[in-house]
Design a protein around this ligand. Sequence first.
Ligand SMILES: [Cu+2]
Length: 292
Amino acid sequence: MSLNRSAPSSAGGSGNTPLARRVRLARRWLPRAAIAAAVLLATAGCQSNAFTRMGMPAPITKQAKVVVTMWQGSWIAAWAVGIVVWGAIIAAVIFFRKRSDRVPHQVRYNLPIEILYTVVPFIMIGVLFFFTARDENYIDALPPHPDVVVNVTGFQWSWEFQYPQYKVPKSEYGEVTELGQMWNGDTPGNENQLPVLEVPIGETVRFNLTSTDVIHAFWIVPFDFKRDVIPDHPNHFEVTPTAAYTGIGHCTELCGLYHSRMLFRVKVVPAAQFKEWIAAQQAQQTAAGGVQ
Ligand SMILES: [Cu+2]
């Protein structure tokens, strides 16, 4: 029966009990683990690759960068709290296991600990609230003189984009208006007939959102942002694009049978190219007497 558990004890004495060994091991490794975790978290926040963005698309506007930074900060805070909590759980599991049938010293209350776990959550909520409110104010800000205004109308199941600053006299709408077809993958070339939304890099762009029927939502993925498009309740937001982008925008509120086909083409281009495009649209729509 007897397993050879009594290994020769060179040091002897209480300094080499299993508990003391574990404490020494923990003393040696816990700081190293904490430093490794801190380095990982600190460096993770600096870069902007797919991993450190924790699933968020690469931002293409100033506002989207703030969203991503907020997202990363929230993860770092969550990891920090998680490490402390897991550390406390693991320490309790390792160092305070049941070792005999002796009932441990009974404690009814511990005021400092109770104050700590009441105050610390309040501090955490306060910090998260502060950064959320600060960033939300920035993202929702509507400076009074945007460079470009786009009036967006959502309807079942497509979009209309109008540029009220760029007139098209004698046309039905009187301004540059982009309409298109609902996406239909069965029709070859249909993806080129989706409505076009083009905006310039480095200029402030105001979106005014309305719907003619049900609630839709406007989503350009790398804006890292969505906003509802509600009938009789105009919504607004403003962005400053920082990088070129060509892609597909979506409706992101289930709005009916063909919701998933409610797509549009997005082009974020240099300001000069945007001006050329607007001029071309004006010429084309003037010639056609209406919508592109
Ligand atoms: Cu929709």
